[in-house]
Design a protein around this ligand. Sequence first.
Ligand SMILES: [Zn+2]
Length: 296
Amino acid sequence: MTFNDNARIDTGKVSKRSGARRGGIIAGGGGIVALLLVFGSQMLGVNLMPFAPVVDQLISGSSLSGERTEALPGCETGADANDDAECRMAATADSLDRYWEGQVDGYRSPADVVLYDGQTQSGCGTASSATGPFYCPSDQAIYLDVAFFDMLSGDYGASDGSLAQMYVLAHEWGHHISNLIGTLQQAGRETGPASGSVRLELQADCFAGAWVKDASTVTDDAGVPFLQPVTQQQIADAMSAAAAVGDDHIMESAGVEVNPERFTHGTSEQRQRWFQAGYRSGPAACGTFDVPASEL
Ligand SMILES: [Zn+2]
């Protein structure tokens, strides 16, 4: 989607981390297994399990050596968001936050949206290109390196259109919503075509679609809508991203047999269909935990 050039972005909903080096990490905690909710299945490798058991590391004071955290510089307007991927994420976060505030009773914002370069520590372990973007329930923060978008369009074959990128953040935000409404806690860790993991991921896709439906009505403090109405081409871009990260597509691309018992996110067809359900009918259509397996 295209931002209105004169919309004012509140960048206070994201933070920027850069300059992390390996080393200096003291592993702390004791074997707490964290739930990583990643956008796609793990990339490229044979390990398609998204719930990598991660030893809880230094939740407080968890920055890597040499790492700086700062506010995001140079992102003030919608024009900046149209030009630059990190500004686009900041503006998208602002829009998502305002949208969901009006949808969920007792809404709380995610604790942070961390835009990082290369790697950083999260409450669920190290975030890096190997994890892809994810929502960490234990610190209620989203971790995203915009370098992932090159992988999404290159390795996964998705569109590089702006809505394909915004869908990624909207999906992770959807996990935060599932955390607030309690479905995330129901999901469990089993895999399979009707598993809680698949239901949770399809719910996040549906929530992303719900935001897209009304995104052009969300305004900044001065009443300027952040986004122009979505175009059919942009919807096609988001559909292309949803298809690219379907379990069946990822397994095929990785050269492994498509095995539904290992599904964690849903097929390309399901991910597109649930995104569209949200886009057509809003969050009320996102009851992926309430439908029988045959309707998933
Ligand atoms: Zn996800």
